[in-house]
Structures are given as structure tokens and as C-alpha cells.
Write a new protein. Sequence first.
Length: 283
Amino acid sequence: MKIKCTFHIAIAFILIQLTDEFSIAFAYGICEKNPYVRILYVTFAILSLLTMIYLYTKYIIRIQMQDLFLGMPLPKKKWCITAVLMPVLICLFYIFFTKGTFEKGNLTYKEIIDVVTISILSSGIKAAVTEEIVFRGMILRLLQNTFGKKCAVLVSSFLFAVYHFDGIDTSDIKKVIMMIISVEIAGIALALVTEQTGSIWSSVMIHCLYNILSGESQIFHIDVAQNFPAIWMYTVNSKNMLLTGINGSVGFTASIPTMAGFTGIILMVIYDEKKKKTYGKKL
């Protein structure tokens, strides 16, 4: 059973990589010069991944998509509000409590379209939906069925961190440890929300809006150095890695303010569960 679970998890990693690479080749092969090609890429990436997971789970694992947290309910109002407030508060923290320089990018109309579509479609919607389908959908459920809930939350979150190794200097042990801890915390928060709500869609909302609003996107970008176009930028004058995170695919996600934000979500879920148990005892 454990060997089968490990095999299925490896397949999940392969599916998210293959469908993404195939979608890039498919979309840009059709209309490379069209400024809206990213819409086709994101749509095809999500649909192809869902199709592959549907076929794999139905005919190989023999479980329903609903059993992978991929059905109803839709995002809860509480978590939609949290999805907006958490990243906005992180941005406000940097603006008001760290020394830095705020500036507006001098972008052309075409560059603004590129920035907005990348930030909302690729970094926001596509990354959130595909990663939640795999890590809080397929992998979390497979681990639950084999090892139990607590192990499933921790291990799926660790695998989520491993998935983000791409883009950082893995020879720097401090960066690796900090990245694992920070992304693990984010993964635990998203996994707990998924378990509480019974579907991935509240987690998708939190993940998506964090990627768009937290200062990680090119709409409003917070960094120690601005290396690519953004509409608005805030450059932090600090070398403290606890405050600035690490260069690479996770950026400021590996900082204390962001870890505090996702820890807040964890505490909200724990509080809700304790409240339910207390209410249940009273009845």
C-alpha cells in the first residue's frame, strides 16, 4: 500500500510538469505573437491536468474526483476575505515598517498587458489551481488514505516545498532550510483549509490572491532589487534574510511576515475546530 502511494505521488509530480510543458508548447506553437496567448496556455494547462488526473484516478487508482477534494463546495466567504486581507497586510507591513523606495515603472501599454496577464493568469490562477489540484487534491488524499490526516498534512506540505526547489541555490543550506520551513508553513495552512472545507477551492482562492497581491507579482513587486518590469515597485533596503526572504521561486514567501500570515491561517483553522468540538460537547 505504501509503495503504491509513493508511486502515485511520483506520477502526480510527473503529470503537473508534463501538462505544463505541453501546454506551453501547444499555446505558443499556435499563436506565439498574440499578446493573449497566455490565456490559451493557462486554460489548456488547467484542463489538461484535470483530464489527466481524472483518467488516472478513475482507471488506475479507481477513486472519484470528489474523493480528491476536487468537487464542491466552492470557496467559503470567510476564506475569500482572508485571501484578500492576508497579502494586503503583508504589503502594508513592508511599506510602513521597513525602509525602502517606492516607484512606478515606466512601462509601455504592451508591457502592462504582459505584466498583468503574467501576474493574474500564470502566477495567480494557473499556479494556484494546478498546484492545489496536485498537492491539496491528489497527494493530500492519497497520503490520508495510507498514513492518516496528520502525516498527510505534513508530508504533502514538505513535497510542496520540494516542488519549489527550482530557482534557488540549493548549495546554500540556510536558504534551503528557510525555504522548506516557509513553504511547509504555507502548505500546512492550505492543507488544513482544504480538510476543513472539504474541497481545494478555498485554498485555491488563498493561494491565487496571495500570488497576485502579496508583492510577489509584477503588478506590485516587493524585492531587494528590481530585476524585471513591474507596474509599481517597492525596493526594501535590507539584507536581513528573515525580512527579505530568499532569491528564487519563493522570494518574500520565505520571510517572517509571510510566514506569520500563513501561521495566522493555521491558527484560524485550529480555533474553528476547537469551537466546533466545544459546541458539539454542549449539545
